[in-house]
Write a protein that binds this ligand. Structure first.
Ligand code: KMH
Ligand code: ZN
Length: 276
């Protein structure tokens, strides 16, 4: 088998409102439908934020459990729950996300300015979350918003060992106002600083989405796309469905001669337990 591209879809996020972005999947039904469409388009992993009955971000455990179950029943996607949540979520609620027993979770490697807000990830919280992923056998995806966070990832691995599953997988989140810029030279600098043998994807927020996608493909990386990261398909043209972002990423990956990876291959790459 030739080289392939892992495509992660991040369909909802915690920042856009349903009123502003009607195509955003916010109910469980909308999320599962989106997940099915994105899987058919080439996604292998889904990065999940959920909403409550008012379409507001929530980390409610019973809703998270229902979401994990429904995504497993409806798709073969690897289910990655966000432990970042919204900037207003407590550390306690963010730690409890793992009790919903996802395949994977996000783990951000440091605090970062996040537009006008601050996304808090102090060292003791990172360590506690990481230890919990190891205990509960959840594979972390290390979210890196700037180069200092790459150094923090090295420190975490040096002090606390490898993740459950034995693989180190990172996602470069680029172009957040306050984080690293979403351009090719920053991407190359970040990739060069990653731990030896780590696999990685990249995503560019807003208008950095396409430059980061092409830079990631040309540097041999994987891709994350979705309405968490961009709600504009092209200048003046809103995204109508997450699947069109996945389709575009899959098309670019095929052009690069690295077609989308199946979720079975992605499970092997990421070291995810077979029973799900
Ligand atoms: N919503 C951001 C504050 C993650 O999912 O882990 C954090 C975020 C990262 O989206
Ligand atoms: Zn997220």
């Amino acid at each position: 088998m030739g080289a392939t591209t892992l495509i992660t879809v991040a369909p909802t996020g915690a920042e856009s409102s349903k009123a502003d972005v009607p195509a955003l999947p916010v109910t469980l039904e909308e999320l599962v439908q989106t997940a099915k469409e994105c899987e058919a388009a080439g996604a292998a992993v889904i990065h999940v934020h959920i909403r409550d009955e008012y379409a507001l971000p929530t980390l409610d455990l019973s809703r998270l459990r229902d979401t994990v179950r429904a995504l497993r029943e409806g798709t073969g996607l690897i289910v990655q729950l966000s432990t970042g949540g919204a900037v207003t979520d407590s550390y306690e609620d963010r730690l409890r996300v793992l009790d919903a027993e996802p395949d994977m979770c996000s783990l951000t490697c440091g605090t970062v300015n996040f537009g006008d807000d601050v996304f808090m990830n102090p060292w003791p919280f990172m360590v506690e979350l990481y230890r919990r992923t190891q205990e509960l056998e959840v594979v972390p995806e290390f979210e890196l918003f700037d180069l200092g966070q790459v150094a923090a990832l090295h420190r975490l691995l040096d002090k606390h060992g490898l993740p459950y599953g034995g693989r180190v997988h990172c996602d470069l989140v680029m172009g957040v106002p306050g984080g690293m810029p979403g351009d090719a030279r920053t991407l190359v600098a970040a990739v060069e600083a990653l731990p030896e043998g780590a696999t990685w994807s990249a995503t560019g927020i807003g208008r950095t989405s396409l430059p980061v996608l092409f830079a990631a493909l040309s540097a041999g990386g994987h891709l994350r796309v979705g309405m968490e990261d961009t709600v504009t398909f092209a200048k003046g043209r809103p995204v109508t469905a997450n699947a069109e972002l996945v389709e575009r990423a899959a098309q670019a990956a095929r052009l690069a001669q690295r077609p989308p990876m199946t979720s079975a291959d992605a499970r092997e790459l990421l070291g995810i337990r077979a029973c799900g």
